[in-house]
Design a protein. Structure first.
Length: 181
């Protein structure tokens, strides 16, 4: 049941291989190991896609593909999870990351005026081609919070995927057992 669920909305290997970014990796992206739909490959892909998807870094798709190639996880699940997660949830992700970072560094939660001040500093820095001041103490709080948040949610998605898979296998097995009687 879980296998059918994931296979029903996965793109084909050819569709993913035709993406411009996948040209970098050549035929390695068509390896059958990256397209398996089983408990291990899907749960690893959920971890990888969630971890890199939460971190708002440029070119995270390349990092996902490299990580998927390294750990032989399901490629389309890892990519899709990050592409869906990042644009729709960036504001709550950043707020939660600031909250986590502020708890770790024992500082007050960052308010709107502080965030606007940092945004103004970054815009000034960009307009002046790298000349200016940016308060990096806030960046340290955010980076720490983002990393911990990414790990927490990646582990959570990994465990939930394993539990869902186990539940669906047991449910299917019990329904077969009850039909045989």
């Amino acid at each position: 049941m879980a296998k059918r669920f994931f296979q029903s909305w996965l793109p084909s290997p050819e569709q993913v291989n035709n993406m411009k970014i996948m040209k970098i990796f050549g035929n390695k992206a068509l390896s059958p190991q990256l397209w398996y739909v089983n408990r291990k490959s899907i749960s690893k892909a959920m971890f990888i896609g969630t971890f890199w998807g939460i971190l708002p870094i440029p070119l995270h798709s390349i990092l996902i593909v490299l990580t998927v190639l390294l750990f032989e996880a399901n490629l389309p699940i890892g990519l899709l999870l990050a592409w869906i997660m990042n644009p729709f949830t960036i504001v709550p992700i950043l707020i939660f990351a600031f909250w986590i970072g502020s708890k770790i560094y024992h500082v007050n939660m960052i308010n709107k005026d502080m965030l606007l001040g940092v945004f103004h500093q970054i815009m000034h820095w960009i307009k002046n081609f790298g000349h200016g001041h940016i308060d990096f103490s806030l960046a340290k709080i955010l980076a720490t919070g983002l990393f911990i948040e990414a790990l927490i949610f990646a582990i959570l998605f990994f465990v939930l995927t394993r539990l869902y898979w186990r539940w669906s296998v047991v449910k299917r097995w019990r329904s077969r057992q009850s039909n045989e009687i």
